[in-house]
Every structure is written in structure tokens, then in C-alpha cells.
Design a protein around this ligand. Structure first.
Ligand SMILES: Cc1cc2nc3c(=O)[nH]c(=O)nc-3n(C[C@H](O)[C@H](O)[C@H](O)COP(=O)(O)OP(=O)(O)OC[C@H]3O[C@@H](n4cnc5c(N)ncnc54)[C@H](O)[C@@H]3O)c2cc1C
Length: 460
């Protein structure tokens, strides 16, 4: 039925329209999470803003549901929808670094790796995530946490401006002094307000870092976790160690004698002066039991960012849940260790990402992001290459989350959520939710953009 209008749309584009009849369709509809299986009526591969505008107008006029695809990494699969139209921004990959002002203009199809690659050539980095294949667009709009967060803040704290195609097809550039309400909402409010076609970020001088994982046997996990919670608040902000309870993968380059062992990990990045790095990480090495593996050392920042890529290829089964955490009590540690011990697959994990330091310098209502007072963003991720394990990893992540939820602030980082309902979304934004609703009402009153962690235009 849409065949003829779609071919007209196609004629208006520099990019292409992929339909179920196209040979690329089966690949193009896939997202990172192999558990997601949705069949849109069309995928519009956009090359530029004109293509995005044409796609938005087409979908609105035909009453089609729209999903926006950046890097396709969203755990809940919000980059793809059934029946409607996917606005696929993956071809829009340009990165322009201005080394004088240390600013970076980034296309919405860029991955973390694309940005790191371009900025590293100038000895710079934009604070963002920790896996190079993650899309920068979805990551930024949800907040953005990573190895540079303690020192330089969330990715949104480094967002200077954005270009946006709105639901009515109009185009705006937003920053601190233009469409301030929309700029505020974009910084944490996800893909609710329009299609972002360009981001401008502040970059920082980060080039070689002292980084990598240290693993301890599970018998030492309690001690490591207790030590870590005391160490973190005093650690220099250039050092960002995140905590993991996980399993040694049964694959190279991990030493065979440790394959399949449950472990506690600190995976750290020190982005200060390299000649001070050994001194800064000395307490980790001196005050804790002997680790089974210590791979911290100097490396280029993009190498650190790509460290986990081989373990996490596209197409794995994922189910994850999160919460924000203020304190890690002894009791919470015990519950974590009991639950983590039951992980049904080697890749399943629990991480605590630090969001203290520079994140806390920004006020609770200065951006839409709702948890400036938390110490960590926690994620429990059931991950497996085997579709037959989908149920087991889902059940494990849910049970684990139920058990530790009482020890958290609640909420959850929107980028670590599945589709969990409006109450969880409200809990994420706390007092900022009402203002988000107002901005939504102004810029997208008909909730055209609803394939996301949805903020409804009415607050009920
Ligand atoms: C392996 C892995 C590692 C991760 N590591 C981190 C990490 O270190 N730090 C972190 O903060 N998060 C991390 N995440 C979570 C990540 O931030 C989210 O998965 C995020 O949604 C990915 O962005 P994307 O562009 O790939 O998303 P997509 O799946 O392409 O899009 C997700 C949603 O974002 C919105 N969106 C995307 N692009 C646009 C746009 N241009 N305009 C408007 N809306 C848009 C839409 O609502 C869309 O439905 C990780 C995820 C994975 C799977």
C-alpha cells in the first residue's frame, strides 16, 4: 500500500529507502541486541538534514510510527519499530574537530569509535561511553557516562549545541541561548523531542591514558568492594575505576587457568599525566589482595575504548536493568555477590559506573538528567550469544535487580532500561519530569516521537 508513496519519497532523497522487498532489509532491520525482532514498513537511510526532514514529513502525513536509529545499540531496541518507519541516521557520520576551540561537531550516525578516532588525532577526547561500537546520538541524549565522567562530567555536560528536526518538519539549532527549553530537555530526555542531526561537543586534552582491568578471585570480592567504596571519593578525578562482578571469558587473551572463574573487577582509566599514573594507582595494587590479573598500563585512549569490542559483537542476546546508587553497604555487597554467583552465562555482568566528581557540580535541575546526587549508575546485564538462553538471562537480571533494588536510589539511567513503563521513566527524571512534559507539549504535542523512553505530552 505504501509502495507508491515510498518510491516518491525515495526520489526526494540523497539516501535510500529499504522495504521488506529489498535485499538489504533483513540486515538493515537488525539492531545490536539480538533479542529484538521487529519489522518496519520502511527504513529510510538518511544522508543529510534534507533527507531527515523529508522522512519526518512523510511519516507524519501518512500517520506512520517513527523510530530513530543512531548507532542501534539501545538495549530495548528503540531504534526499530514494527510496521512504521525507521529514520536511520547511520550514514550521517561526519566528525569535524576544531583544535583551537577544542570543539567537535559530530554527525548523528557516528559511533563512539568514530568520535574517538577523529579527536585522538588532535590529542583530544569527548567524554562519552566505554564501548567503541555504541552510537553517540542515543548515548548523548540519555546522558552519557564513561571513563572521563568524574573529571569532565556526563556527555551532556559537554554538549554545546545541537541541530534538531522537529515533529512538524521545522529545523532549529539549540544551545544555551537559543530554544533553551529544548536544549535543557535534550540533555537527558532522550529521543523524545526531535531528530538530532548534529551535535557540538566540548573536547578535552586526553591522549595516552594509564588504564585497563584488574581481576580478583571471588573470595576477595567483598574486601575489594568495601575498599573501593571508601577509595573512590578520595581518588583524583582523573582516575575513573568502575566496579564489575562478572566471569573471566573462556577465550584468548585471558589466561586459560582462569577461564570461567567468577571475579570482581576494577576497570580503570587514569587520564592525568602519565608519569604520575603508577603513583595514583598504587593504592589499588598495594592495599588489596593479590589479583589474578592486572592489565593496567599505558595505552592510547581509543585502544581502551575498543578493549571490550571483541567480547561484545553485535547480535548477542541482552536484557538489562539499572538503578542509581548512592552507597554500597555491606549488606548490599552480600546480595550482589549472592546474585552474581547465579549468572547463567559468562558474559552476564554487574557494573557500577562512577558518576561523582564533575557530575555533581551541575545542579539537579540544570539539565533534564535526574540523578546528580548518585555515586554510581548500576547496570545488571544478562548477555549471551545463545538465543536459547534468552529466558534465563532475562530471569536472572530481573531477579538480581529485585534483590538489590532496595539498596539503591531507584530511578535507572534511561540508557540502561528495557521497556519498563511510565512509572520507571518518571522515577528516572524525578522533579524534572513535569518540565520535560511541558517541553514535550510545546515541541511534540501529538507524541509523534514515541518510540523511546517516552515522556508523554500530558502528565498522566
Ligand atoms: C555494549 C554497550 C555498551 C554501552 N556503554 C555505555 C556507556 O559506556 N555509557 C553510556 O552512557 N551508555 C552506554 N550504553 C548504553 C547506550 O548509551 C544506549 O544503548 C544508547 O541508546 C545507544 O545509542 P545509539 O545511538 O546506539 O542508540 P539507538 O539504538 O540507535 O537509538 C536509541 C534511541 O535513541 C534515540 N536516538 C538515537 N539517535 C537519535 C537522534 N539522532 N535524534 C533523536 N533521538 C535519537 C531514539 O529514541 C532511539 O530510539 C551501552 C550500550 C551497549 C549495548
Amino acid at each position: 500500500m505504501l509502495e507508491e508513496p515510498l518510491s516518491k519519497l525515495s526520489a526526494d532523497l540523497r539516501g535510500s529507502v529499504i522495504t521488506p522487498a529489498s535485499s538489504e532489509y533483513e540486515v538493515a532491520r537488525k539492531v545490536y541486541n539480538g533479542m529484538i525482532d521487529r519489522r518496519p514498513e520502511a527504513i529510510v537511510r538518511c544522508m543529510d538534514v534534507a533527507d531527515v526532514t523529508a522522512a519526518v514529513n512523510f511519516a507524519r502525513q501518512d500517520g506512520l510510527t517513527v523510530a530513530i536509529r543512531g548507532g542501534g545499540h539501545n538495549g530495548a531496541g528503540l531504534a526499530v519499530c514494527d510496521l512504521g518507519l525507521v529514520i536511520d541516521l547511520s550514514p550521517m557520520k561526519g566528525v569535524r574537530v576544531d583544535p583551537t576551540n577544542r570543539t567537535v561537531r559530530v554527525g548523528p550516525g557516528c559511533t563512539q569509535g568514530d568520535v574517538d578516532h577523529a579527536t585522538h588525532a588532535f590529542g583530544l577526547a569527548v567524554p562519552a561511553g566505554i564501548v567503541s561500537t555504541t552510537g553517540i546520538a542515543g548515548l548523548t541524549l540519555g546522558g552519557g557516562t564513561g571513563y572521563l565522567t568524574r573529571k569532565y562530567g556526563l556527555t551532556i555536560d559537554n554538549l554545546i549545541a545541537a541541530d534538531v528536526v522537529l515533529a512538524d518538519g521545522s529545523f532549529v539549532t539549540v544551545d544555551e541561548s537559543h530554544h533553551e527549553d529544548l536544549f535543557w530537555a535534550l540533555r537527558g530526555g532522550g529521543g523524545n523531542f526531535g531528530v538530532v542531526t548534529s551535535f557540538v561537543f566540548q573536547a578535552h586534552p586526553v591522549s595516552m591514558v594509564y588504564a585497563g582491568p584488574i581481576f580478583w578471585e571471588v573470595k576477595d570480592a567483598r574486601r575489594v568492594m568495601q575498599w573501593y567504596r571508601e577509595f573512590l571519593p578520595q581518588a583524583p578525578l582523573e582516575l575513573c575505576p568502575f566496579l564489575g562482578v562478572k566471569t573471566v571469558p573462556s577465550t584468548d587473551p585471558f589466561p586459560k587457568e582462569h577461564w570461567g572463574k567468577k571475579i570482581c573487577a576494577l576497570i580503570s582509566c587514569y587520564s592525568g599525566p602519565l608519569d604520575q599514573a603508577e603513583e595514583v594507582v598504587k593504592p589499588i595494587r598495594q592495599e588489596l589482595p593479590k589479583p589474578i590479573l592486572d592489565w593496567m598500563g599505558p595505552m592510547p585512549f581509543p585502544a581502551l575504548q575498543g578493549l571490550f569490542d571483541p567480547l561484545l559483537p553485535t547480535g548477542l542476546q541482552w536484557y538489562w536493568k539499572g538503578d542509581f546508587v548512592k552507597e554500597l553497604s555491606d549488606h548490599a555487597i552480600d546480595v550482589h555477590l549472592q546474585c552474581a554467583a547465579k549468572a547463567p552465562s559468562e558474559l552476564s555482568l554487574m557494573h557500577h559506573y562512577p558518576i561523582d566528581g564533575a557530575v555533581h557540580r551541575v545542579g539537579q535541575s540544570e539539565t533534564a538528567w535526574g540523578f546528580r546526587d548518585a555515586t554510581w549508575s548500576m547496570v545488571i546485564a544478562g548477555i549471551s550469544p545463545d538465543p536459547a538462553q534468552a529466558e534465563a538471562i532475562t530471569a536472572w537480571a530481573k531477579e538480581y535487580w529485585e534483590a538489590v533494588h532496595p539498596y539503591t536510589l531507584g530511578g535507572a539511567y534511561v540508557n540502561f532500561m528495557m521497556e519498563e513503563g511510565v512509572d520507571r521513566i518518571k522515577a528516572t527524571y524525578r522533579d524534572n519530569y513535569d518540565r520535560l512534559t511541558e517541553v514535550k507539549r510545546k515541541y511534540d504535542p501529538n507524541n509523534f516521537f514515541h518510540v523511546n523512553q517516552n515522556i508523554r505530552p500530558t502528565n498522566f
